[in-house]
Ligand binder design. Structure first.
Ligand SMILES: Nc1ncnc2c1ncn2[C@@H]1O[C@H](COP(=O)(O)OP(=O)(O)OP(=O)(O)O)[C@@H](O)[C@H]1O
Length: 253
């Protein structure tokens, strides 16, 4: 395990019932970097992402073997609760999913659940979180309006603000821009690059230009296997594996 490793997967296998969805994955995710997971549909990218904050716990018949270490501690074999884990490892989904509440309440929700009650403290967290994702000026005069009235891009940035409001260490993003227009996509990409100063980011994307633009490391999955992983520039310029080359040059998938 290298010094800068945030997550380490060792001999990780995952089964949905009889279906072997992740096959002996060995992979390190570096702290304060953006790691992109790429590969054709159904190859296990989201499944791998969800093993990092135990989202698969909700799936009946899902069985996991091997180790997933966060800062050297196995997240499946410690007494850390899934709730505590998900505070440390937040997640942003493909479809923006704000709660049907005000902008303010969306951001204050997590801190409130974690016991913060004082209005002045919540006000500060809301402001800091919205500033952090660059939407404070846009939203400050309508904090008490419904989040559902926002555009898709604004909703996604609000969801990211909601995630950072509980001070995670890692932010997982599952195709966060695939439902967004190009300008909103660019804003999220810029934000992800800014965010890596503070967080470790793992992003699933079908958009290879996106992986190339923003990630430091790219991992290519195929049929549940991790075929190749490395520095993004190297992987796109000089893929070592023939299948990686075929995928990134658009010859399959
Ligand atoms: N809850 C589940 N139960 C059974 N099989 C599942 C479940 N979730 C995913 N799978 C299967 O596991 C495989 C990997 O799925 P996964 O969603 O991880 O792929 P992916 O690479 O993220 O795909 P996409 O790019 O289309 O989102 C697929 O064959 C999928 O059908």
């Amino acid at each position: 395990m290298s010094e800068n490793s945030k997550f380490t997967a060792r001999n990780l296998n995952l089964y949905y019932g009889d279906f072997h969805a992740l096959k002996n994955i060995n992979f390190e995710i570096e702290a304060n970097k953006i790691t992109a997971l790429i590969g054709p549909s159904g190859c296990g990218k989201s499944t791998f992402l969800k093993t990092l904050n135990r989202m698969n716990d909700f799936v009946e018949g899902c069985k996991i073997e091997g180790d997933v270490l966060l800062d050297g501690k196995d997240i499946y074999k410690t007494d850390m609760s899934a709730i505590e884990l998900r505070q440390r490892v937040g997640m942003v989904f493909q479809q923006p999913n704000p709660f049907p509440k005000s902008i303010y309440e969306n951001v204050a929700y997590g801190p409130r659940i974690r016991g913060i009650k004082k209005k002045s403290e919540l006000d500060e967290i809301v402001e800091t979180s919205l500033r952090e994702v660059g939407i404070w000026d846009e939203f400050k005069d309508r904090l008490h309006k419904s989040a559902l009235g926002l555009s898709g891009g604004q909703q996604q940035r609000l969801c990211i603000a909601r995630t950072v409001a509980v001070h995670p260490e890692v932010v997982l993003m599952d195709e966060p821009t695939s439902a967004l227009d190009p300008i909103s996509t660019m804003k999220i990409e810029d934000l992800a690059v800014e965010m890596k100063k503070k967080y470790t980011i793992v992003i699933v994307t079908h958009n290879m230009q996106q992986a190339n633009r923003i990630s430091d490391t790219t991992a290519f999955f195929l049929l549940g296997e991790l075929i190749e992983a490395g520095a993004t520039k190297d992987l796109f310029l000089n893929p070592k594996n023939k299948k990686t080359e075929e995928y990134i040059t658009g010859r399959f998938g």
